[in-house]
Design a binder for this molecule. Structure first.
Ligand SMILES: [Zn+2]
Length: 288
């Protein structure tokens, strides 16, 4: 991916190396990041959803403001994250008014290492990247990308950009009013149906990441040969079925919260081809 021409975002806060009083506990960083990789694909990231209620109640009272460095990070990965976020801002601030008749309010991005505080409660690398709707912020420990490469051979800048764009996709869902409605519904239904709703939310975020890539490529010619395959490979590697097989040795469809590899690939491709928010309506789709 050609990202050197992307405008870097001014919405990045860099908390790397700041740590937390008490740290991340006894877990080594390797363990934490592997758990995070599983977490990301198994549905921990929209923590407001299933099982997230306790996080939200826990989030408010103990929430202490932690201030990181503002401005564009100097290191390569930090600059990359800032550039991709800046590009999602440029795309969505055009596309959202055009296609959904809404102004785009950009989210914040917090880079952290090991552990930090979020508006949704404590954040650890173990959780993988996630979006917190309460403070409209994406949280990521960038070592997640190294693990994608190392554990799943799912590396590459466009694959990493897809991860960030997926989280920004949750923010777009939030802006569209979808997240609050889904959350409310999830509290009224059983576990299996609540999981189904999560899958729809996740596949929509994959599709919206595709919509971003479509417009980014149209305006900045950002995609290079092999990029799409790279992101599709990442989507495939981190599908719920694949990860469940690796961790449990069997597949349990009812507990899918992100969608299977095939579904993730297909919805990412759908958004990428169409470039339309409407094409991402996983709630109306007859086939997920
Ligand atoms: Zn997600």
């Amino acid at each position: 991916m050609r990202w050197e021409d992307f405008r870097t975002s001014s919405n990045v806060e860099d908390r790397r190396g700041m740590g937390l009083p008490g740290g991340a506990g006894g877990l080594g960083i390797g363990t934490i990041v592997i758990l995070g990789l599983l977490g990301w694909a198994l549905g921990i990231d929209p923590r407001i959803l299933i099982g997230g209620a306790e996080m939200m109640t826990g989030g408010g009272s103990g929430y202490q403001q932690q201030q990181g460095r503002q401005g564009t990070p100097q290191d390569e990965m930090g600059r990359f994250a800032s550039a991709v976020l800046g590009n999602t801002e440029d795309v969505w601030s055009t596309v959202l008014p055009q296609q959904a008749n809404r102004q785009y309010q950009a989210p914040k991005l917090v880079l952290f290492s090991d552990a930090t505080r979020s508006g949704c409660g404590g954040a650890q690398s173990a959780m993988g990247p996630f979006y917190c709707p309460l403070d409209q912020t994406v949280y990521i420990d960038l070592s997640f990308f190294e693990e994608m490469q190392r554990r799943f051979r799912a590396g590459g800048d466009f694959a990493y950009a897809y991860v960030l764009a997926h989280e920004v996709g949750h923010h777009v869902e939030n802006q569209l009013g979808i997240l609050p409605r889904v959350q409310e519904r999830q509290q009224q239904v059983g576990r299996a149906e609540a999981n189904q709703l999560s899958v729809r939310v996740e596949l929509m975020a994959d599709c919206l990441a595709g919509v971003w890539a479509h417009h980014s490529n149209q305006r900045w010619r950002s995609l290079e040969p092999g990029d799409i395959e790279e992101a599709i490979h990442a989507a495939e590697a981190i599908g719920d079925d694949r990860l469940q097989k690796q961790s449990q040795g069997r597949v349990v469809p009812d507990s899918f919260t992100h969608g299977s590899s095939e579904q993730r690939m297909r919805w990412l491709t759908t958004g990428l081809k169409a470039g339309q928010i409407q094409a991402c309506d996983t709630f109306r789709a007859s086939r997920l």
